[in-house]
Design a protein. Structure first.
Length: 617
């Protein structure tokens, strides 16, 4: 080499020096000293590393007065354009430089990979999505030093919850060492300037390069760190799911919290995944019960039939239920709060015997009220009335105002559904109003006002109903369930007062709100047949029949009262010759339903129909 150097300048290059053995390094040190005054350039290419490679060798080389260290930074957009001009021509280079730079991060190897794949136009890049590029980026990871590769894998774990700030603690590495590794990954085009992965496929490849045990350990540690930071359950749960393990004492309660968050966001699959892991890892009886409750709450959103399954005895037990009575009520309340009326009805039906065994106390009166209201929504006015009567008497015997207000209001609703207009319904409303005034000085709630209006309308006292409607309504009459009751009652007043257009407007508004709020259950408020009756008054029979038929299709087998009422409205919108069969069907359905007013309506329409047909009744 020295003789060659005497003939002219000589360049000696050694690439991938990090793979060199000890003897080779000794020779290169000797060579560097020999060429000190020669026309020789010695270029050594060594991989960037978070921890210096061959530190003694590098110290020896750096001590040479003519040694220079050159750190290769990513190419700029302009430099990428220069590469492109060599292969794609001036016009294409100017057009593609920014896109190539964004995809490659300025890594010359990746830029050349794009060119080698023939992606010579912006359209081709978008169409192919540079499919091979992330794979080539993943190959770069395999060539990294151990620390940089570990950091890449750790970041791929943390990126699931955008918690990259934990990387030092996750890997238990010095922060300066981690920063060097991150810079190496950035210069390689794997990470962006914000330290996130440039391509999701490269992140996936980093995750896949982790052995299964190491993958689980990193996710478990990430979950632990996030939990200590007080991070929300969903993020911590994401790592527990990825680890497929939740052994920490706090893990099961946190998974239930995460499932709750996902449930509120309507992310049912994710909520179910959290609670399934919690179910597998639950260690105590309380945890098993809490998990069962949450599992029921997630599964009933997809399949109402699972409610009964969760109310059944626990596997391996002949009598002990999976959910205790208090938790059943929690479940029913959750269903009603989420406006899942049919599922709440199924829960009450499946656990009614157990719920009836609950004693009326300060801690159970609200739960029992929720259960009674669910029965009413289920069209079970008879059972709700009978059970409520017992509870109301118990509350009255103990002279508990809060209990009396609750049960009197519910009993007024149940009595109205049974057709007990002039007697029980009116009496229970008066009781609710009186006790409410004694309890907190307020004389009315939206529900009690609505029941009072309906009682007066049904009994024919339209003047009295009109006076109630013209009075300032309680604040609650404009919101939620109470607002729907009030709107429903006012609509019936307009209909009975020969104001079908006003009734139609209110019924339409009621239906729109119920649909928007997820409360569209005919047993709650049958707005379709209410609206159909207004349409009948306006002689718009086709529309009325369509609405009645639509409501019939929504009814289950237990909703007998609503089915009979819907059939009667359908008959009213049908020609007289077709009515008798429908009315006979309605009467047959009403045979087991204690609603005297609805039976009277059916019989009245029967009489008018026979008169119209000129036949004897």
């Amino acid at each position: 080499m020295m003789r060659l150097a005497e003939q002219g300048p000589l360049v000696i290059t050694v690439d991938d020096l990090h793979h060199a053995d000890r003897i080779s390094l000794q020779f290169l040190c000797y060579l560097a000293r020999r060429i000190l005054n020669k026309r020789v350039l010695l270029v050594l290419g060594v991989q960037s590393s978070a921890v210096p490679i061959f530190p003694l060798f590098q110290m020896e080389m750096s001590s040479q007065t003519n040694c220079r260290r050159v750190v290769l930074e990513p190419l700029s957009v302009h430099q990428v354009g220069a590469l492109l001009r060599e292969s794609a021509g001036g016009d294409d280079a100017a057009r593609l430089a920014s896109l190539y730079h964004a995809l490659s991060g300025g890594n010359p190897l990746l830029v050349n990979a794009l060119l080698a794949d023939g992606l010579g136009s912006a359209d081709a890049l978008r169409a192919e999505d540079a499919a091979e590029l992330p794979t080539r980026g993943a190959h770069l990871l395999q060539r990294m030093d151990r620390i940089s590769a570990d950091v890449a894998q750790g970041l791929s774990v943390l990126e699931a919850t955008e918690s990259r700030h934990l990387i030092d603690r996750l890997l238990r590495l010095d922060s300066a060492l981690v920063r060097r590794a991150e810079h190496i990954l950035y210069r390689s085009g794997i990470l962006t300037a914000g330290q996130g992965y440039r391509h999701r496929e490269a992140r996936a490849a980093a995750l896949e390069s982790l052995p299964a045990e190491r993958h689980a350990d990193l996710h478990t540690e990430a979950a632990r760190l996030l939990f200590r930071e007080g991070t929300g359950g969903a993020d911590v749960g994401t790592h527990l799911l990825a680890a497929d393990s939740a052994k920490e004492p706090w893990a099961v309660p946190l998974l239930i919290e995460a499932a709750e968050q996902q449930l509120r966001a309507d992310q049912l699959d994710q909520a179910t995944a959290y609670v399934r892991l919690a179910q597998r890892e639950a260690a105590t009886e309380q945890q098993h019960a809490d998990v069962t409750l949450m599992l029921a709450r997630t599964e009933w959103r997809l399949n109402p039939a699972v409610v009964a399954r969760h109310l059944a005895p626990r596997p391996g037990s002949s009598s002990e239920p999976a959910l205790q009575s208090g938790q059943v009520v929690q479940m029913i309340k959750g269903l009603l709060d989420q406006r899942l009326l049919e599922q709440a009805q199924e829960a009450v039906r499946s656990a009614e015997d157990r719920l009836r065994a609950l004693r009326l106390t300060g801690s159970t009166f609200e739960a029992l009220g929720i259960t009674l209201r669910a029965l009413i929504y289920a069209d079970q006015y008879g059972p709700a009335y009978d059970w409520g009567e017992v509870l109301f008497k118990d509350a009255n015997d103990r002279n508990e105002p809060a209990w009396l207000v609750l049960f009197a209001t519910i009993m007024a609703e149940a009595a109205l559904g049974r057709g007990e207009l002039g007697g029980a319904a009116a009496e229970y409303v008066r009781t609710a109003v009186a006790w409410r005034a004694e309890l907190n000085g307020s004389t009315e709630s939206g529900i009690s006002l609505a029941v009072r209006i309906l009682v007066l309308v049904e009994s024919g006292d339209l003047d009295g109903a009109g006076r109630l409607i013209s009075q300032p309504a309680p604040d609650t009459a404009d919101h939620g369930r109470e607002g729907l009751y009030f709107l429903h009652a006012r609509s019936h007043y307009h209909l009975a007062n020969q104001q079908p257009h006003m009734a139609l407007r209110d019924f339409e508004s009621c239906g729109q709100r119920m649909s928007a709020w997820g409360l569209d259950s005919p047993s709650f408020i049958p707005w379709r047949t209410d609206r159909a009756q207004a349409l009948i008054a306006l002689h718009r029979y086709d529309e009325a029949r369509e609405l009645a038929a639509e409501q019939l299709a929504l009814l289950g087998p237990l909703q007998r009262r609503t089915r009979a009422m819907t059939t009667r409205v359908l008959a009213e919108a049908t020609s007289p010759d077709q009515r008798p069969a429908l009315l006979e069907e309605a009467l047959h359905v009403m045979a087991e339903v204690p609603d005297h007013v609805e039976v009277a309506r059916i019989l009245g329409l029967f009489g008018r129909t026979h008169q119209a047909l000129g036949s004897p009744i």
